[in-house]
Design a protein around this ligand. Structure first.
Ligand code: EPZ
Length: 419
């Protein structure tokens, strides 16, 4: 078993470069199944979710060549199987994108019901509603989902809930459908635009991604032959922004899209930080104890749920009492119990948590309960006095590339140790 051992108390200073977006990568990889050809993907984050996805794609007939650790070519001409490996697909949430892409390509698919971070109930009714509206028959039995169709025909689909996964999945299923599909009340996250841009580069006709109405004109074939570079990770950039705030640091974040970070920049300023923007670079500086602030998580362009725990660390040491309302997931405050082991005073009740800011945190052994909770605990460990040990690193490795090296390059005293 591995753990991170952190000796806290160092303000983070220096430059860090953001990797490609995890949540775009785990949608673009299955999207390659819609292509009858070879494509090249650059700026692919080197994380365990990506490696797992590549393993699944290889098992169903894709040929993947790693050019560098962040660049692959993928040949999807000989997809030979409609049954995705059930044991692996159960391991992570984003395997649900295989339903949309394989339904689109082969009109028939079976995957294991998706697992992933434990954030409370994670229904996929809106995905299923979309597939059925396009003409598929969908069955959920014994932990598996089977979907099949004689043909898929475009139609109008109104999403009852703004869902990232359902928006992308319906987009994947409709790219090769007959006629036009309209997704109304679509999610607008940067990775939705990125998946649409990828598919359009390969020959799809998708308009309106990034707004709440997406129109997909079905095409006969996606040919590939092109190169696509994945968008920088909005959540990784935000993680370093809150790390600067929690450690009274001065961090220059390179390779980010500052427009994607507006809701986060606004909170950083409210917390008393300064933000300097220049092209694709942001410099975050914090010279005093952070101010209290209230946060409500919302779909993009609102404050992202995936940065709620990292922001929570800053509020745990802020001057005054703050509230976070989590409106996306029903169980995303598990990290607060770990922060309390480090001296934080937080009361979580249902979808709200109240942070009575303490002057400082003290190091303690803590467990990462999910991906973003893990990132938050690393930030807490760097900000705290004394030694922190972070366990359950498999959650963190799913979504952050070289996280301890990146923090070390900013001056953090952090080591990965095998027990
Ligand atoms: C994506 O999950 C991300 N995962 C999550 O990232 C992120 O927290 C979430 O979007 C919200 O931004 C990936 O992209 C792989 P949703 P997803 O469908 O698509 C409800 C991370 O740390 N809902 O937008 O599964 C659902 O219960 C993570 O990187 C339905 O009711 O989220 C939730 O309350 C974890 N029915 C809300 O909608 C459905 O059919 C939003 O979920 C679908 C969703």
């Amino acid at each position: 078993m591995e753990k991170l051992v952190i000796t806290g108390g160092t303000p983070l200073k220096g430059e860090v470069t953001i990797s490609g977006a995890k949540n775009a990568a785990v949608a673009i990889l299955p999207a390659t199944l819609l292509i009858n050809g070879i494509c090249r993907i650059e700026n692919l984050p080197n994380i365990s979710d990506v490696k797992l996805y590549c393993e699944i794609l290889e098992k169903i007939g894709a040929k993947i060549t790693w050019i560098t650790k962040n660049e692959i070519t993928i040949d999807t001409r000989d997809i030979c199987c409609t049954k995705a490996p059930l044991d692996i697909t159960r391991k992570f949430r984003a395997s649900y994108y295989l339903i949309g892409s394989m339904l689109g390509r082969c009109k028939n698919v079976q995957v294991g019901l998706p697992g992933g971070c434990n954030l409370g109930a994670r229904p996929i009714d809106q995905h299923i509603k979309g597939f059925e509206a396009l003409g598929a028959n969908v069955e959920v039995t014994q932990g598996n989902i089977t979907a099949s169709a004689k043909k898929l025909v475009g139609t109008s689909i109104y999403m009852d809930i703004v869902s990232v996964g359902a928006t992308i999945n319906v987009m994947l299923a409709s790219v090769l459908a007959e006629g036009t599909t309209i997704i109304d009340n679509a999610a607008k996250e940067p990775h939705i635009v990125d998946v649409a841009n990828f598919l359009n580069t390969m020959g799809a006709d998708i308009r309106g991604a990034g707004t709440d109405v997406i129109k997909i004109n079905g095409v006969k074939e996606l040919k590939g032959g092109s190169t696509y570079s994945i968008v920088p990770d909005q959540i990784e950039a935000g993680t370093f922004m809150f790390a600067a705030m929690a450690t009274k640091g001065d961090i220059t974040i390179k390779n980010c899209i500052t427009k994607h970070l507006e809701s986060i920049t606004a909170k950083v300023i409210e917390m008393g930080g300064t933000v300097e923007e220049s092209g694709d670079t942001l410099r975050i500086k914090c010279t005093k104890r952070p101010n209290k602030a209230n946060i409500k998580t919302l779909p993009y362009p609102g404050f992202p749920t995936d940065l709620q725990p990292q922001a929570g660390v800053v509020l745990s040491i802020a001057d005054g009492t703050s509230t976070i309302n989590e409106s996306i997931w029903e169980s995303r405050f598990q990290y607060t119990q770990e922060l309390c082991k480090m001296g934080a005073k937080i009361t979580a009740q249902g979808k709200s948590a109240f942070f009575e800011g303490v002057k400082s945190l003290s190091g303690a052994p803590v467990c990462s309960t999910d991906l973003r909770a893990g990132a938050a605990l690393i930030i807490a460990g760097i900000a705290a006095n004394g030694k922190t040990e972070v366990y359950n690193l498999e959650h963190i490795d799913r979504g952050y590339e070289n996280i301890e090296e990146k923090f070390r390059s900013l001056g953090a005293k952090i080591e990965r140790v095998s027990e």
